[in-house]
Design a protein around this ligand. Structure first.
Ligand SMILES: CC(C)(COP(=O)(O)OP(=O)(O)OC[C@H]1O[C@@H](n2cnc3c(N)ncnc32)[C@H](O)[C@@H]1OP(=O)(O)O)[C@@H](O)C(=O)NCCC(=O)NCCS
Length: 165
């Protein structure tokens, strides 16, 4: 089951992110802190959990992002996390699909992210020419435009993404 987070999910969301990113090669193990900083800032626009047998096993976050000179209507996907013993069963994909569906229903213009194209291309994400993110190789900066074309320029994350451990 995919559903929005509630106040009772906070600890489970933290544990899910910690467990999922523990051995991730590019992670600084701050994903749980980023989610909490976004929540504290009122910037966690969409926060969904995946529940199996009443246990939270997955989580996805969306915040607002500026892309180039477009300051409204674009969102940032991430982090997305599934606990190791439930990975590879379609839960991460279900979280992404549910989040994108919610964004579309809100009239969003599009969604950007920094991530592995091998995972995200299946949802329609691709590298948009001229879209960059400071310090990230261009092929990992991905966009999905819902309305017209993607804006060009830099994807700017919410300041919560700069949190340190
Ligand atoms: C990435 C993640 C959320 C995917 O969730 P999941 O439930 O395992 O994914 P699904 O079962 O829906 O999809 C599995 C598919 O994605 C692929 N996949 C999973 N993680 C991937 C990754 N990091 N890079 C590329 N492909 C990936 C699998 O090979 C599988 O492909 P297939 O359908 O062709 O067999 C999960 O593996 C996870 O939490 N990983 C650690 C944290 C992480 O890397 N988050 C994303 C950071 S950008």
């Amino acid at each position: 089951m995919i559903r929005p987070e509630t106040g009772r999910d906070v600890a489970a969301i933290r544990e899910t992110n910690v467990a999922a990113f523990l051995h991730h090669p590019f992670s600084q193990q701050t994903e749980h802190l980023i989610v909490e900083a976004l929540r504290d800032a009122g910037a966690l626009e969409i926060s969904l959990v995946a529940e199996v047998d009443e246990r939270v096993v997955g989580h996805i976050a969306f915040s607002r992002a500026a892309v180039g000179d477009t300051s409204a209507g674009w969102y940032l996907l991430g982090p997305v996390a599934v606990v190791p013993d439930h990975q590879g069963r379609g839960i991460g994909s279900a979280l992404v699909e549910a989040g994108l569906s919610e964004l579309r229903s809100r009239g969003a213009l599009g969604c950007a992210l920094v991530g592995d194209p091998d995972f995200y291309e299946r949802f329609g994400f691709s590298h948009c020419q001229g879209t960059t993110c400071h310090g990230v190789p261009e092929e990992y900066v991905l966009c999905l435009a819902f309305a017209s074309h993607a804006p060009t320029g830099e994807v700017v994350h919410h300041p919560a993404f700069s949190v340190t451990a």
